[in-house]
Write a protein of this length. Structure first.
Length: 151
């Protein structure tokens, strides 16, 4: 009878425990959040404030909150400066668009420059198999210069 009561109690208590399976990751959150005092990610900081933030993250994980809800509560409490990377919407989107736009603009400038340079060189092509023809004056100067080395 005791075994049956214990099994029934385990089944009754298993449902709330299963509903509250921790889905958030302490390690993930510590890389996404920044210590407000030292401005480094929580996984790299050991300041007292960072330790308090880590403890708060762990407390919220125990309350079965998701990664996004924990990050949202930290942003609500400390502002967007607590995020290690800029958000991908609103004004923060500029932090993602400007570098990518700069890279694309630089690549386009390089391609245009290379194309222009290649076109300019095609008009000046010289056949490498042809030797340049020296004028009689140039030929005499070369002979005189070489003669100085024979002495």
């Amino acid at each position: 009878m005791k075994l049956l009561v214990a099994a029934l109690a385990a089944l009754v208590l298993a449902a709330p425990a299963a509903a509250c399976a921790p889905r958030a990751s302490q390690a993930y959150l510590e890389t996404r959040l920044v210590c407000i005092q030292c401005h480094t990610t929580l996984d790299e900081s050991n300041s007292t404030f960072a330790v308090e933030m880590k403890n708060e993250v762990a407390r919220q994980i125990r309350l079965c909150r998701t990664n996004s809800k924990i990050i949202g509560s930290m942003v609500a409490q400390f502002g967007p400066a607590v995020l290690s990377t800029p958000q991908t919407h609103g004004f923060d989107l500029i932090a993602w668009v400007l570098p990518i736009g700069g890279i694309l603009l630089g690549a386009a400038a390089l391609a245009f420059g290379a194309r222009t340079w290649a076109r300019a060189r095609t008009g000046e092509t010289v056949d490498a198999t042809e030797s340049p023809v020296l004028t009689p004056e140039d030929d005499q100067r070369v002979d005189d210069a070489l003669a100085r080395f024979d002495d």
